[in-house]
Design a protein around this ligand. Structure first.
Ligand code: F6R
Length: 607
């Protein structure tokens, strides 16, 4: 999604803005631009495509000035052209925006009626032109911006820069996050702490409805009612914003390899050393009294929830209702007493997940958020939060956050099983012991990278790939397919193995690789029947199983990836590794942009 940066500095702003925009690249974008004020004159440069195009333009047409705003745009309204790139401007104001102005058509008609002409197809231009109109009517820049903000509906993070004002940025937030960075005699604004990291570690997050007047030496924040608001300055931990590739070719590869460490962090956070207990301070839920769990999320986080449904139902015997967040609230599901609602999100900012959470507010007994960003909107609006402890995830394709989500969800399911007495203390201790061993087991799985890479070379020739799994391997089949399609652009689908005969089997021919995720567990024999059905039709089966499973599958496999043996309940966490590696190496073989795949945004802050 779009990224915003603003600087009121002591040095030339343009290089600082471009550098900060680079740190926002991971969010996904298709054009970029900056505006500065120099000797009172507002000017801007914009370019389509990667930031290097903007940098090139700035070499030939430099922008001087120590005050500026910048933007990476992920197109929503209007194609990714230079004309639609931000900053948008009126004569004496420039604006950058993340989100969607939902009433832009009405406002546009109003201004058109007054003879104002528009140059872009965007929803954002109205913000600049409405502010311009109010300034032309005599309002000060701040009052004009605030009057405009009051008229907007939708989701927005906004930053305004004004002609003739070298010590002023006005900002506002309704939905997408926006933060102020406090420097020494300098002030910054940015979409997240990652963008601001090299500039400052002292950050103030705006709340929804907030707007602020920022100068080099002062910040005045007002809440949605216009009252002065006191928002705390937080010190951001360095590890929360460390985003280097550490020698890896791609962030995704680094993040795949970080998973054993992340799993250890999660275990350390929720299982006290030497104890067989799960401690989740603040969760304050006695699951013995819970009748029903409602879960919602998007994309990979949804696949984590779907896996957890199996755990909560099987281990803790709690009925679970689950839906993708973009559908959840439109079904208007009854959320009755005795319900705990659970929302899972790496970014904590996904608009649909946040909307699903808000739908449950006042209806569910408790709202639990599982997020990687503790300052995020979902974290703030949940009654209690479980952090993922995954560190910043920069690759657009979620990897370490997924296995962290699974680990936290499994621990929560075990806690629920303990509360409800559906597992004995010994049974829980067994699983915790297995979980403690998981990072080492995962390292063994990671060592198979070269085997997976060889298989990926062959997969990269395919046009379609099917993923099959049964039980908890079914959501993982969906996740494996999602990973492959989003970064390699190969069409992939994940199916429950048993569904094969009900349609997808028609797709099987000698050109379609079929990835079967099947540890040698209680369901193995059933899945093997499906595997034989594929082989009988000339399908090319890649079996991901343990040694025994691969041995039992017999002849006819195209390839096999041997996983270490692991406790059945932990298999989805472990088997995520080869699924991720397969997608990664296939994408590398195809030469796609692994970390920033086309059309995708890291944090989807619009519906
Ligand atoms: C896929 C992926 C997305 C996200 C989804 C939700 O690799 O990353 O499907 O999982 O956009 O994002 P969060 O978890 O930030 O709510």
């Amino acid at each position: 999604m779009c990224g915003i940066i603003g600087v009121l500095g002591d040095h030339e702003a343009a290089p600082v803005l471009v550098e900060a925009l680079k740190r926002l690249e991971y969010r996904g974008y298709d054009s970029a631009g900056i505006a500065t004020v120099n000797h009172g004159v507002l000017d801007r440069r914009r370019a389509v495509g990667k930031l290097v195009n903007l940098s090139d333009k700035l070499v030939h047409e430099p922008l001087a000035g120590k005050a500026g705003i910048g933007h990476t745009r992920w197109a929503t309204h209007g194609a990714p052209t230079e004309g639609n790139a931000h900053p948008h401007r009126g004569r004496t104001v420039a604006v950058v925006h993340n989100g969607i102005i939902e009433n832009y058509r009405d406002l546009k008609d109003e201004l058109k009626g007054q003879g104002v002409t528009f140059e872009t197809e965007t929803d954002t231009e109205i913000v600049a032109l409405l502010t311009q109109r109010y300034m032309d009517e005599g309002l000060s820049p701040v009052d004009a911006a605030y009057r405009t903000i009051d008229r907007l509906s939708g989701a927005f993070a906004l930053a305004f820069l004004f002609d003739g004002e070298e010590d002023l940025i006005v900002i506002a937030r309704m939905g997408p996050p926006l933060a102020i960075g406090h420097g020494d005699g300098e002030m910054y604004v940015g979409s997240d702490a990652v963008a601001l990291a090299p500039l400052t570690d002292r950050i103030t997050y705006l709340e929804d409805g907030d707007r602020a007047v920022v100068t080099r030496t002062s910040v005045e924040i007002r809440d949605a009612n216009g009252d002065l608001a006191n928002r705390e300055i937080r010190l951001v931990r360095a590890e929360a914003t460390r985003v280097d590739k550490a020698g890896y070719r791609h962030f995704m590869a680094k993040e795949i390899d970080e998973q054993p460490t992340v799993i250890s962090e999660v275990i350390n956070a929720y299982v006290p050393a030497g104890a067989d207990a799960i401690e989740m301070p603040g969760i304050d839920v006695d699951f013995a009294k819970v009748d029903r769990l409602v879960m919602s999320a998007c994309g990979t986080a949804f696949n984590a929830c779907l896996t957890a449904k199996y755990w909560f139902e099987k281990l803790a015997r709690i009925p679970v209702e689950i839906d993708v967040a973009s559908e959840f609230r439109y079904r208007e599901p009854p959320v009755v007493d005795g319900t705990v609602a659970l929302f899972v999100s790496q970014s904590g900012e996904t608009a649909d997940t946040l909307a699903a959470l808000r739908y449950c507010e006042g209806k569910a007994d408790r709202i639990l958020g599982i997020v990687n960003v503790p300052e995020s909107s979902i974290a703030r609006e949940s009654s209690a939060v479980l952090e993922l402890h995954a560190g910043p995830e920069i690759g657009v394709a979620s990897t370490k956050a997924f296995t962290a989500q699974l680990t936290v969800l499994l621990l929560l399911a075990l806690k629920a099983a303990g509360d409800r007495g559906t597992l004995s203390a010994d049974q829980i201790a067994d699983r915790l012991a297995a979980l403690r061993g998981l990072p080492a087991v995962m390292n063994t799985a990671l060592d198979l990278g070269e085997t997976v890479e060889r298989i990926a070379m062959a997969v990269s020739e395919a046009r379609d790939v099917l993923f099959l799994g049964r039980g908890t391997m079914y959501p993982l089949a969906m996740e494996g397919a999602l990973k492959l399609k989003e970064i390699s652009y190969i069409h992939a689908e994940g199916y429950a193995s048993g569904e094969l005969k009900h349609g997808p089997i028609a797709l099987i021919d000698t050109n379609v690789p079929v990835v079967v995720l099947a540890p040698d567990d209680d369901l193995f024999d059933k899945t093997m029947s499906n595997l034989q059905e594929v082989i009988a039709r000339g399908g090319k089966v890649i079996l991901i199983s343990d040694e025994r499973g691969i041995g039992r599958a017999g002849d006819g496999l195209w390839h096999a990836i041997p996983m270490p043996k692991v406790h059945a309940d932990l298999a989805p966490i472990l088997y995520a590794v080869p699924a991720q590696q397969l997608a990664y190496h296939t994408a590398v073989a195809k030469g796609t942009d692994v970390d920033q795949p086309r059309n995708l945004a890291k944090s989807v802050t619009v519906e």
